[in-house]
Write a protein that binds this ligand. Sequence first.
Ligand SMILES: C[S@@+](CC[C@H](N)C(=O)[O-])C[C@H]1O[C@@H](n2cnc3c(N)ncnc32)[C@H](O)[C@@H]1O
Length: 474
Amino acid sequence: MTLPAKFVERVLRDLGGTEGAALCAALDAEPPVSVRLNPAKTGADTLPAGPDAGLPVPEAAGLPALAIAGRVPWSRDGRYLAVRPSFTLDPDFHAGAYYVQEASSQFVGHLLAAVRTEGARILDLCAAPGGKTTLYASLAGPDGLVVANEIDRRRASVLADNVRKWGTGNVAVTTCEPRALGDFEAWFDVVAVDAPCSGEGMFRKDPDARGEWSEGNVKQCAARQDEILREAWRALKPGGTLVYSTCTFNRDEDEGALERMAAWAGDEIAESEETAVEDAWGIVCGRVGAFRTFRFYPHRTCGEGFFAAVARKSFDAGGRVRAPKARRTVFAAVDRKTAGELARWVRNPGGMRFAAVADTCYAWYAAQADAVRTLSEALPVIYSGVALGQVFKGVLKPDPALAFFDGLNRGALHAAELDDEETLRFLRRQDIAAGGLAEGMNLVCSRGRALGFAKRIGARVNNLYPNSLRIIKQ
Ligand SMILES: C[S@@+](CC[C@H](N)C(=O)[O-])C[C@H]1O[C@@H](n2cnc3c(N)ncnc32)[C@H](O)[C@@H]1O
């Protein structure tokens, strides 16, 4: 499908003939492929920083399916790939060792480089499928919390799957209107709005985006963005950081949204720390009032079309921390014996809190456990912390999410390492051989990374990989 005529007309007008034509040509070229490594599962966090450093050969990163071609310069864990592998058939993809994420959008992490994110409370207001949520989760660490909200329930469940796989245990997934989160006033250190938009920046990666584009849709998106920004601002604490991003070039949705916001938020909007950007990256930097803005054009930058902006909420903005009243009790205390059994399964039991939600036991890092409880009592939280599983007669039947958790105590059970062929059988939920498994519950691993659980009873093996994650492709 060709580019929408009105879009081309506007781009040629706004950027001029030569540059506009270069952008349109780039939108018809092959997109680069990139991933973001999971530092907790690849050791990427131990690599030296700097644009030319920290580029592991694939074997060193333990990711043989990835032909790593280079580092995404603004993203410590971002890597370009020389070829697009079959991610579906790569066990490391299923283990949450990396997230397939377009390079430009990884810039939101760089925008937070000068912000104390470790231990921070971060709201990701438009979060599915979770590209940025998983990035924020790695930045927030065990003392921090990412509240990842997605208005669309079906997309929220994909988001929750990706959060489980990423395995940081510091995310709460909610599914509600932004207004419900705006009611958590001045609650968050960072609020990120990755707004629903007209998607012009996705015109080459996602051909459907071309068909869905219309001037009417641009207007609708702009109005929606204005509403979301109002709620984001309410949720942000004075001194906190707002990150606004879209994957469109459209100025009504990008700079326009910030200008309209400036009209009502005025001098509550303050400048953030400067963001270091090298000329070679090709990013077009600008300003809208106190907002610093960053435009990514595919003919200048190795990534898709993207727009990002950052500012702080002034300390003078005032406003008290407020949360809605509890509507229900969600967490039920577990007895001492159950808590003892749960403690066995995590590496840092002293730093975690345990409780049951319905019939499943969960763990949350202590620093944010009360915050998650408060959220859960007021909002639809569909996943939070780490689901440990159900306890029957004092013994835990582990939840599939526990295998992905980077704080799992591997000493709690036997780890069965499968070869690639057997791993694919496991991921397809087919029968696997009993040979390498111990009697009882096993942690199933591939290349040392955990994928799930299987229970051996004599010569029989119950494959406990969840149906919902099962590979269907041959
Ligand atoms: C650009 S996508 C988010 C991508 C995500 N941040 C990531 O990095 O993977 C925007 C999301 O906003 C959601 N959305 C749509 N309408 C919304 C609204 N009125 N309020 C909040 N979110 C909305 C969409 O369902 C979509 O998942």
